[in-house]
Design a protein. Structure first.
Lengths: 389, 139
């Protein structure tokens, strides 16, 4: 099978800080992140001829081209849900590899903290998409109205099936916060937590505590992808896309794939991972670090299982007390903090940290970080990247 | 009731579309029904226009046994909606015919709801034109 392996490089990244109220429009935030990514790469808006956005974002591609003065955009598109960061990179990369564009920007800008957003669950037509309709028809009448509740339902069954005890998800959030405490861009810089803090954290939706769940922020991020040939003339050594895939299977829903036999298996992550590893030609043991979707702690062990880093039901054991997943461990996870320890921008910062690790510019630099994995969209439509030098 | 409603506020009613209308019409008549493929007989929930097994567009509606077990649950410590008072429990019920349904329990304390508990459907009459299918423990 032909693939995009080694045909596209990530050459620029831009990431805002994490604010509870940045007092900027999402359009302005998107432009700032894109400007940072262009500057990082050594490119200008004229160089951009491709663009992929997240469907829910209010800052649409045409507003960006106007605001930034991009006269050459000839390829654009969008994708949705939490798998989007890796999925957007994949789609942009597909455009570059196919010759539909030469240099593409991927961005997200979300005022999640201040809530100054457009209607995220509505299509532009004003109609509910079918996935949202399932929510409003069969979940919300019973009070299941939040992601915390939806994921708690998966977590409770996961604990039941694999004999996971209370507070065993704690080391995941503690590890992310300890990583983030060393990251000057993190909302939690110099604010590590311990298991004591975790155990004192209030229950939100049993079995999830507040510290099992991400907080909302205003934040934005952007990446630039281009051909390896152009990458040679830019500011940084190229970060090559070795594998990229999305994943959706029957009964994939946003955090609530309840209508299948095994609700804790993340089969969309598994199908994505299978394609991802095959394309890259590597195995989980070859991966030097992983940036995983940590919007909710139970999703981390479920991802480790679905991606083949450990056997089914052994993800919590793998995370253990945090030894294997912290910097210097067998598989350092979310080395800049991720959603729980740096801030939540829907996995965009996970891609950025992977680029830093491959470049060798990470705050918590993993030794010999020549190949790493990013997964976004656990518990829903999935996306993944394997990046390397 | 494990969900105490605030009757002064709107209660979150289901959004019904043509694919799910028969399900909710039956619920208003105090019946729990599921979609059944008109050709191969496969049951499915939530309602969808096509049979994922044989791709048939022919749809029948089959009465449910109404009996099942608690498959999973969560307790909302803070209410996500002004019409519902916290704490309350949301349950995922696995019916004997193998389908799963999100619901609530009645006549039981939040802490007494356990995975594996046997339950049967009841209809919670919330307003003149809104019933919701809920479950109670079977001894």
């Amino acid at each position: 099978m032909k693939s995009i392996k080694n045909k596209v490089a990530i050459v620029g990244i831009g990431l805002s800080g994490f604010s509870k109220d940045c007092k900027k429009t999402e359009l302005r935030m998107a432009c700032e992140a894109i400007k940072d990514a262009l500057d990082d790469a050594g490119l200008t808006p004229r160089d951009i001829d491709g663009m992929i956005k997240q469907t829910d974002d209010s800052a649409d591609e045409h507003a960006i081209t106007s605001a930034m003065g991009m006269p050459n955009l000839t390829f654009y598109g969008e994708t949705r849900w939490a798998g989007a960061p890796c999925g957007m990179v994949m789609q942009a990369a597909t455009g570059v590899a196919a010759g539909a564009c030469h240099t593409a920007v991927i961005y997200r800008a979300v005022n999640g903290g201040s809530g100054l957003r457009s209607t995220p669950s509505m299509r532009s037509s004003g109609q509910l998409s079918t996935a949202d309709l399932l929510h409003w028809a069969f979940h919300s009448p019973f009070g299941l109205m939040t992601e915390q509740g939806a994921v708690a339902m998966l977590a409770e069954r996961y604990m039941y099936e694999y004999d996971i005890k209370k507070d065993q998800f704690g080391p995941i959030t503690v590890t992310c916060r300890q990583n983030g405490a060393k990251n000057p861009n993190s909302a939690y810089f110099k604010k590590p937590i311990t298991m004591k803090d975790y155990k004192e954290s209030k229950m939100v939706t049993d079995p999830l505590r507040a510290l099992d769940c991400y907080e909302k922020f205003d934040a934005a991020a952007a990446f630039i992808v281009t051909t390896p040939e152009r990458a040679k003339y830019l500011n940084h050594p190229p970060v090559m896309i070795l594998g990229a895939a999305q994943g959706s299977v029957p009964e994939t829903e946003n955090m609530c794939g309840y209508y299948r036999d095994d609700v804790t298996g993340l089969p969309e992550m598994a199908v994505m991972g299978k394609r991802l590893f095959k394309m890259a030609g590597v195995k989980p043991k070859d991966i030097k670090f992983a940036q995983l979707d940590d919007a909710y702690t139970p999703l981390v062990p479920m991802q480790l299982e679905a991606l083949g880093f450990c056997k089914k039901g052994k993800g919590v054991n793998f995370c253990g007390d945090g030894k294997k997943i912290k910097a210097g461990g067998r598989l350092p996870v979310n080395t800049a903090g991720g959603s729980l320890g740096e801030g939540h921008i829907h996995g965009m910062n996970h891609v950025i940290e992977a680029v830093h690790q491959i470049r060798g510019t990470a705050t918590l630099q993993v030794k010999n970080a020549k190949i790493g994995l990013v997964a976004t969209g656990a518990g829903g439509p999935a996306g993944g990247l394997i990046l390397g030098r | 009731m494990t969900v105490n409603y605030n009757k002064n506020e709107m209660i979150p009613a289901p959004v019904v579309d043509p694919d799910s209308k028969a399900f909710w019409d039956a619920v208003q008549n105090q019946e729990l029904v599921f979609q059944k493929c008109g050709d191969c007989g496969r049951l499915r929930h939530p309602p969808r226009p096509v049979c994922p097994k044989c791709r048939s567009l022919n749809i029948e509606w089959e009465p449910s046994s109404g009996k099942g077990t608690i498959y999973s649950k969560t307790i909302y410590r803070k209410s996500p909606h002004p019409g519902m008072k916290a704490p309350f429990t949301v349950v995922l019920v696995e019916l004997d015919e193998g389908l799963k349904l999100i619901s609530n329990m009645v006549d039981i304390k939040n802490d007494d709801i356990k995975i594996g508990m046997q339950v049967e459907v009841v209809f919670d009459n919330l307003t003149d034109d809104l019933n919701l299918p809920k479950f109670r423990k079977v001894d």
